[in-house]
Ligand binder design. Sequence first.
Ligand code: CP
Length: 304
Amino acid sequence: MKRDFLTMADVSREDISYLLSRADFMKSNICGRDKSLTLLKGKSVVTLFYENSTRTRCSFELAAKYLGAQTVGITTDGSSVKKGESLIDTAVTLDKMKADAIVIRHSVAGAPMLIAQHVKASVINGGDGMHAHPTQALLDMYTMKERFGTIEGLQVAIIGDVKHSRVAQSNIVGLSKMGASVKVFAPNTLLPKGIENQPCKICSNEREAFEGSDVIMGLRIQLERQKKGLFPSVEEYNRFYGVSARRMAMCNKGAIVMHPGPANRGIEIDCDVLDSEMCLKDEQVSNGVATRMALLEWAVCNNG
Ligand code: CP
């Protein structure tokens, strides 16, 4: 049976634990002099990106290459999508070329689930609309586990534009599945409908959010996805919700800051915090390659 990776809700705790420990092996390999492995020799991975990306797309392509797979990258520009080819027709075309895995990013929620029903290749969700970004959550969890030794019992506060953030949605589900406690802190206009039914606490002030936290996850204000008027100005947003050194001082000793990137410097997070040693944004990027190697192996080697 083929293995897709579509949402954190679909993946078992056991599979997440396996992927996190397998990523350790992948990381030790890519930190060595020769990064090449042959675990996916003779396999092919296609990245199909209908939305912009630097981290997710490049890390999947490098991960596949480090594992010995052949890779092809397709974006909307330069493909037959521009001539009006449908999503399913595009995916089936790639499938008929015998792709073993298709990593897709799309602005429409549910697009990866739709193509997964039409192709034999393993489908990996590289981010769909405001719905899910499970591989980001996986690399975030790996980064936390690497720093703290465990995810169980961690207090994680997610701060900012939760409403438009697929990263937040996947982390809330994944982290709570792995035994962390999750809090969210944002203006009411930047919280999604139904957040009260998700496994997270809604904080009403900065003390509730920062005090007792081990991890602060800043979220990018997604100016491209939101209508105007959700907060008065970026300056005011920063004053009330920005991740700052003063607010970080309320956290537990040894607390870390994470940000999925790309960051709006000086808006959701102050530059001195983003560039400080407590911020693991660069480790997150490196860990993205290792966790995606583990994931590609898990999906492709078990397909067929
Ligand atoms: N975090 C993340 O998804 O970044 P990209 O948009 O650069 O892939």
